[in-house]
Design a protein around this ligand. Structure first.
Ligand SMILES: Cc1cc2nc3c(=O)[nH]c(=O)nc-3n(C[C@H](O)[C@H](O)[C@H](O)COP(=O)(O)OP(=O)(O)OC[C@H]3O[C@@H](n4cnc5c(N)ncnc54)[C@H](O)[C@@H]3O)c2cc1C
Length: 498
């Protein structure tokens, strides 16, 4: 008896350990879900939250330590944090004296600027952790891959695995920076947007390959801090997919205010590093070769869909050869029933809000609803200063489609609000159907265009005419009055303030 009493604590603890082991085994195998989402970027996390709101038992698999994907960790949020910081510095250095504010010994503390950016990222990613908990979404850290269409294997960093059963799977694995085959990225001097968010000093010189959104935003950050930035672009225009007038105006303003240099129609042929210097070579439109030396070269030539490691072959999905996108039907379902794909990994604009709307769309589809996305009205924004924003058809597209249209423009130099804030560069252009006056496109470059474009999107969702916008009362003095004036100009050329 005495011996049993002595052994009892040991026996109990062994029993407890054994039960824990059994419980662990159970929790690591065959957990059943209505939906498993692979990837926690804006597509994946929004999709997961909407699934949970609709009563679906949901899990998210994310291979990185923090949630939020490209957007929150190395994309939209950190780039905007640095754009805001650098814009403050630029204004302090260049416009404050005109406002009557004099500063002494102004300098950049790059370490603090990066630390603040990291803090903004941390706050946002922690927000997703909170939302997952609030919505009772299970999360698994590791690489998710298909065993079969209803079974997802999660492989963790230490090699251990878990298996999840899912009635439906949403692939939201996003994208990665596109590399040029002849230009290896060393992540030290020849870098992508990811490394460009973490440069610890203000470079003297920088070459940006690509005059698209990401290249111009990151180029602006450093140009505002004093870096001499040269943009090399293959096409004849920067932000080439937007209305041509916007690219022309943006190039003019970035040159004027930030001293950025543009090498348009230039084809980059290579880049080499020696010590702390990188030399980029390019062919001019005339076929002559030039070389540009810089402290850093950012390669910003687009992004490629990311589906590596998913084991798509196991369920018979083949990605498109060009762009590596996962093919989906009009319901964002792949060729395999119950397996959906959303966001950057599928066709369409590589934008966070497009990914988010697709996450919601698929969740509601799985729940048996009949949602809708209006792909014609997904706004595009460039967070340079002035900001650029656009929705609907461009003038070039209208001409190409043979649609007769009226155009009305209003420059910010005629706006009282813009004069007060010294933001007089840019304009708003409204394009309306020549016969019906329905607004077909709105394109703007100017202060707070990123926020103002929402008014145009809503108007177009409700199929407003230019006259509808023109007759809507706009608060004075605001930048939005420029939209009303442009709509007045499009209605019958009757803008008031010009
Ligand atoms: C510098 C920069 C600035 C940008 N700025 C803007 C902006 O201002 N506005 C805007 O709309 N867009 C912006 N974008 C684009 C935006 O970030 C993307 O369009 C958006 O993040 C796409 O969302 P997603 O959910 O499809 O994928 P992602 O955000 O790329 O997320 C995919 C996630 O899936 C995970 N994953 C991949 N494979 C697996 C796997 N097998 N298992 C588990 N997890 C996996 C990845 O780790 C990642 O976390 C920017 C991008 C960059 C690079």
């Amino acid at each position: 008896m005495a011996m049993i009493a002595r052994l009892l604590p040991n026996l109990l603890s062994a029993f407890r350990l054994f039960s824990l082991h059994l419980a662990n085994q159970n929790s690591q195998k065959n957990m059943q879900y209505d939906v498993v989402v692979i990837g926690s970027g804006p597509g994946g996390y929004v999709g997961a939250i909407r699934c949970a709101q609709l009563g679906l038992k949901t899990a998210v698999v994310e291979k990185y330590k923090t949630f939020g994907g490209t957007c929150l960790n190395v994309g939209c949020i950190p780039s905007k944090a640095l754009l805001d910081s650098s814009e403050h510095f630029h204004n302090a250095a260049h416009t404050f004296t005109t406002h009557g504010i004099n500063l002494k010994d102004l300098k950049v503390d790059m370490k603090q600027m990066i630390a603040r950016k990291d803090d903004v990222v941390a706050q946002n990613t922690a927000g997703i952790t909170y939302l997952f908990k609030k919505n009772k979404i299970d999360s698994f850290e590791g690489v998710g891959s298909f065993v079969d269409k209803n079974t997802i294997l999660v492989t963790k960093a230490d090699g251990t695995t878990e298996t999840l059963s899912a009635k439906n799977v949403i692939i939201a694995t996003g994208s990665k920076p596109t590399a040029l085959p002849f230009l290896p990225i060393d992540k030290k001097r020849i870098i992508t947007s990811t490394e460009a968010l973490n440069i610890k000093e203000v470079p003297k010189t920088m070459v940006v390959i690509g005059g698209g959104v990401i290249g111009l935003e990151l180029g602006s950050v450093y140009a505002r801090l004093g870096t001499k930035v040269s943009v090399v672009e293959f096409l004849p225009s920067i932000i080439g997919t937007m209305d041509a007038g916007l690219g022309k105006e943006l190039q003019r303003v970035l040159k004027k205010t930030l001293g950025m240099e543009f090498y348009m129609g230039h084809k980059v042929t290579g880049a080499t590093t020696k010590g702390k210097t990188v030399t980029v070579t390019a062919d001019t439109p005339k076929g002559e070769s030039i070389s540009l030396e810089a402290d850093y070269c950012i390669v910003a030539v687009g992004r490629t869909a990311y589906s590596e490691g998913l084991g798509l072959d196991k369920i018979g999905i083949t990605v498109e050869e060009r762009g590596k996108k996962i093919p989906v039907n009009e319901h964002l379902e792949t060729s395999v029933k119950g397996v959906y794909a959303i966001g950057d990994v599928i066709t369409g604009a590589m934008l966070a809000h497009k990914a988010e709307d697709e996450g919601t769309y698929v969740a509601e589809t799985i729940a048996g609803q009949k949602p809708h996305i209006n792909y014609n009205l997904i706004p595009g924004v460039v967070y340079t200063w002035p900001e650029v924003a656009s929705v609907g058809l461009t003038e070039e597209q209208l001409k190409e489609k043979g649609i007769k249209y009226k155009a009305g423009s209003f420059p910010f130099k005629a706006s009282g609000r813009a004069k007060a804030s010294m933001d007089t560069d840019g304009f708003i252009k409204v394009l309306a159907d020549a016969a019906t006056d329905e607004v077909l496109g709105v394109h703007m470059i100017g202060p707070r265009a990123a926020d103002m474009i929402a008014e145009a999107v809503i108007a177009m969702e409700f199929r407003a005419s230019a006259e509808d916008i023109a007759r809507t009362c706009h608060a004075h003095p605001t930048y939005t009055e420029a939209l009303k004036e442009a709509a007045l100009a499009a209605t019958d050329n009757r803008a008031i303030h010009i």
